[in-house]
Write a protein that binds this ligand. Sequence first.
Ligand code: SAM
Length: 337
Amino acid sequence: MAASGPFDTLTAALGGLFVAHCLASVARFGVPDALDDTPRTAHELADITGVDPEALGRVLRLLAAHGVFAAGDDGFAHTGASRMLRSDHPRSWRDFVATFGTERTARQLGYFDYSLQTGLPATNKLNPDGFFAILQSDPEAGRVFDAAMVSKARIQVAGVLAAYDFSDRGTIADIGGGQGHLLRAVLDTAERTRGILFDLPPVIERAAAIASDRLTLRAGDFFRDPLPVCDTYLLMDVIHDWDVERATAILTAVRKAAPPHARLLLVESVIPDDPGPDWSKAMDIMMLIHTGGRQRTYGEHESLLRTCGFRLERAVATTSDVSILEAACARPGVLSG
Ligand SMILES: C[S@@+](CC[C@H](N)C(=O)[O-])C[C@H]1O[C@@H](n2cnc3c(N)ncnc32)[C@H](O)[C@@H]1O
């Protein structure tokens, strides 16, 4: 039933907390994988996945009320949304959604008040060196995060490739490119380009198998190490991880490395002017808690980029949540200092 009054608005909003938990848990326990084209009862699905049948029935009832699975006389069937939580879906979101049910995420959310009171990431309560330090010191957490990023990006990558022509973009550095999922897809569609994947050493180690004669791996820290000299710089969902000071440091490092003709492509979910619901606004809170970063409006990106020696020229919309913000070097030559 559509929300019609203040109480309905509140119950719909608060209920979202439980919908999200159910979503993450069914992804973690592989419930969508256990369901094929034939509807199954909660008991059958619970037998396969090793969970409690009655609890699963209640979880699936709530999810079905939100369009994830469909409830019918024969049990539960897939919808387009629940199919996207299967591991074998070409644009599977399973590994991304599942991370919201991990113990680490639950512990971070437990410190939500700390983020609200200080503006600092709740993660600091778990490790004062922050989110990426946790991932660097815990290989299993790092592997889970890498897989989540590959999963998160499937729809984004398809949207980026459909919206932007990379064929003449020369050598492309994907800075903070994770497992190279975006860069590989770009190189596959643009055969004259070459790529450099830049990320932290443990991440690059896990990506070793993707190196080729057109794709070079470079391990480093963008706060400390020089970035590669390239024709194009791609940064997808990287700047949103950081506050203005750190985002400025990364973009300034890119500007220092960039030759005057280079172009910068920030792939980000941009906060729209429209005050209505938008995924970017939920991601913004995710960034507040996880890393202390933020989603930004077009104007905020423009001013951040200007400070770092770039001129934002346009935002190319894609079919996914992200836009491609294309910037040029604001003036020829390398910044001094
Ligand atoms: C949110 S993930 C985005 C990954 C990928 N670009 C995507 O959108 O799927 C941020 C990436 O930045 C990398 N990163 C974080 N801190 C870094 C640093 N100091 N130097 C280099 N890379 C870093 C992380 O390892 C991670 O791969």
